[in-house]
Design a protein around this ligand. Structure first.
Ligand code: GLU
Length: 260
C-alpha cells in the first residue's frame, strides 16, 4: 500500500482515451473515472494528467485534413481541451465528484513563483476534494517552453506534489525484455530496481535519445519520478481495475522502485 496521504498521479495517454480509435471513447473514460472515484471515496488524493485535447479537437471538427504545424495543433487543442474537461466533468459528476482544470507549461514549473503557484493550487484542490485534470497548456506552449509530452509532464507534477505513486497508463502492458512488436515472445519485466543503460536499451533507446513518444518518454518520466522518491508504474489502461490494483501495491505492468 502506498502512503495514503500523498497524492497519486495517473497519466492517461491518447491511446487509452480513444481505445485505439479516432474517437474519444467515453465508455473507457467512464471505466477510468470509476476507478479514480473508488480511490477518492477511500480518501485518496488523485490527479489525472490527461492527453486527448488534440484528439477531441479533431473529433469536434470532423477530422479536418490539416498539416501538423504548431498553430494547427494549438487550434485543435483549443477546441478539444474544453470538450475533454466537459466529458470528465460529466463522468465524475456521476460519482458526485467535482473536477478542476489545470493547464501547465515547462516555464511555469521551472520558475520558483510558477512552481509555488502550481503546487498551492493543486494542494488546495486536493484539500477541497476536487480531482485536478492536468494537461499541457498547448495553446501557448511553443517549442521553447513546452514539456512536449505528458509522460514527462506527469513526472514533473509527481515531483511538485511529492506524489506517493505515478501511474502511466498506455496501450502496452509495460516494459518488455525486447520490443514485443518485433519479438512476440519477449517477456514483460514486472519490476525494475534501477533504471540503468540495459533498461534504456530494452525501451529501444538511450537516456539521451530523442524519443517523442512511446517507451522512451515513459522511461524518462519513470527515471525523473523515481529519482525524486516516487515509485512509478507503466501499465495497460485496459487492464481491469488497473488503477485500484496499482494503488494497492499489487504488481501490474512494470513497477519502477523509488531510488530513495
Ligand atoms: N497535450 C496533448 C493533448 O492533450 C498530448 C501530449 C501527449 O500525449 O503527450 O492532446
Amino acid at each position: 500500500m502506498t502512503d495514503s496521504h500523498a497524492p497519486i498521479i495517473v497519466k492517461l495517454g491518447t491511446s487509452v482515451l480513444t481505445n485505439g480509435t479516432r474517437h474519444i471513447a467515453r465508455r473507457r473514460m467512464l471505466e477510468i473515472v470509476r476507478q479514480v472515484a473508488h480511490l477518492h471515496d477511500q480518501g485518496r488524493a488523485i490527479a489525472l494528467v490527461s492527453s486527448g485535447a488534440i484528439a477531441a479537437g479533431r473529433e469536434a471538427l470532423a477530422f479536418p485534413d490539416l498539416d501538423p504545424s504548431m498553430p494547427r495543433k494549438q487550434m485543435l487543442a483549443a477546441v478539444g481541451q474544453g470538450r475533454l474537461i466537459q466529458i470528465y466533468s460529466e463522468l465524475f459528476g456521476i460519482f458526485g465528484i467535482i473536477v478542476g482544470q489545470v493547464l501547465l507549461t515547462r516555464s511555469d514549473l521551472n520558475n520558483p513563483v510558477g512552481r509555488a503557484n502550481a503546487r498551492n493550487t493543486l494542494n488546495t484542490l486536493f484539500a477541497y476534494r476536487v480531482v485536478p485534470i492536468i494537461n499541457e497548456n498547448d495553446t501557448v506552449a511553443t517549442e521553447e517552453i513546452q514539456v512536449g509530452d505528458n509522460d514527462n509532464l506527469s513526472a514533473l507534477v509527481a515531483d511538485l506534489v511529492n506524489a506517493s505513486l505515478l501511474i502511466l497508463l498506455t496501450d502496452q502492458r509495460g516494459l518488455f525484455e525486447a520490443d514485443p512488436r518485433t519479438h512476440p515472445d519477449a517477456a514483460l519485466i514486472p519490476y525494475v530496481a534501477q533504471i540503468d543503460e540495459s533498461v534504456w536499451a530494452r525501451a529501444g533507446g538511450t537516456s539521451s535519445g530523442l524519443g517523442t513518444g512511446g517507451m522512451i518518454t515513459k522511461l524518462q518520466a519513470a527515471q525523473f519520478a523515481t529519482q525524486r522518491g516516487t515509485p512509478t508504474v507503466i501499465a495497460d489502461g485496459r487492464l481491469p481495475d488497473v488503477i485500484v490494483r496499482a494503488a494497492q501495491g499489487e504488481s501490474v505492468g512494470t513497477t519502477f522502485a523509488a531510488a530513495r
